[in-house]
Ligand binder design. Structure first.
Ligand SMILES: NC(=O)c1ccc[n+]([C@@H]2O[C@H](COP(=O)([O-])OP(=O)(O)OC[C@H]3O[C@@H](n4cnc5c(N)ncnc54)[C@H](O)[C@@H]3O)[C@@H](O)[C@H]2O)c1
Length: 245
């Protein structure tokens, strides 16, 4: 078991990649706390518990600083530590730069960038005090190379990589690592709206000629959250079938 006795918070764990991370981490011995705005997180936690793992669901938005501060204090009081934070919650509001509304820009920045910052800020005191922490945040290969119709999203994902490098610098001396994962196109609710002809073009751009499944990405999170990655910080692990090689 690679995460035995670890307390792990997973934002956006109610479905998609976050659900796969939650299930994988619980299977590796972690106690998983799923944070999501979707009540479906409760079923994910219940299924983990019924399977013999440890999990609970707490309904919260990663954009709510007051609620997050209270929630982290409660989690710490209950379990005595917070070892791992997986900043996975994210949204898209795609439109070309010319047509993108200010509301679409703001919504994506609020969740994907500020949400990651707020969750990280809320766990730092606990990780610092215990001299141990693993912070792994969701970037995207779009943050490395841009993407048509994703000005807002690409900016936030590049920002996640830059924030992770900054936290590696600021927090390394406390035994805390900070890294990002940059998935390529992954089969989840987020990507199911992509029209067929578009999907074909995406497949042609991926050397492995497949899209990722959530578990392909979850294994990257597992490595960076484990003790095996104790000397890895400030990096971004791209998992995209070679698309941004
Ligand atoms: N699917 C892909 O192709 C892909 C590629 C690269 C990066 N990513 C990133 O991986 C992460 C997960 O993506 P996914 O495909 O599983 O998406 P998804 O839409 O299936 O799941 C995202 C989860 O985040 C939750 N969430 C959204 N806003 C929230 C908020 N304010 N507070 C708490 N939870 C919130 C949603 O309720 C949902 O459960 C995202 O950050 C996404 O940008 C996805």
């Amino acid at each position: 078991m690679r995460l035995k006795n670890k307390i792990a918070l997973v934002t956006g764990g109610a479905r998609g990649i976050g659900q796969a991370v939650s299930e994988l981490f619980a299977g590796e011995g972690a106690t998983v706390v799923i944070l999501d705005v979707l009540p479906a997180g409760k079923q994910v936690a219940r299924a983990i518990t019924e399977g013999g793992g440890q999990a609970e669901f707490l309904e919260v938005s990663v954009t709510d600083k007051t609620a997050l501060t209270k929630l982290m204090a409660g989690v710490h009081e209950k379990y005595g530590r917070i070892d791992i934070l997986i900043n996975n919650a994210g949204i898209t509001r795609d439109r070309t730069a010319e047509k993108m509304s200010e509301a679409e820009w703001d919504a994506v920045v609020e969740v994907n960038l500020k949400g990651v910052f707020l969750c990280t800020q809320a766990v730092i005191p606990y990780m610092k005090a215990q001299g141990y922490g693993r912070i792994v945040s969701a970037a995207s290969n779009v943050g490395l190379r841009g993407n048509y119709g994703q000005t807002n999203y690409a900016a936030t994902k590049a920002g996640v990589i830059a924030m992770s490098k900054t936290w590696a610098l600021e927090l390394g001396k406390y035994g805390i690592t900070a890294n990002a994962v940059a998935p390529g196109f992954t089969r989840t609710d987020m990507t199911e709206q992509i029209p067929g002809e578009h999907l074909e073009a995406i497949l042609q751009s991926i050397p492995l000629r497949q899209v990722a499944e959530p578990l392909d990405i979850a294994y990257g999170y597992l490595y960076l959250a484990s003790d095996e990655a104790r000397f890895v910080t400030g990096t971004c692990l791209t998992i995209d079938g070679g698309a941004s090689r």
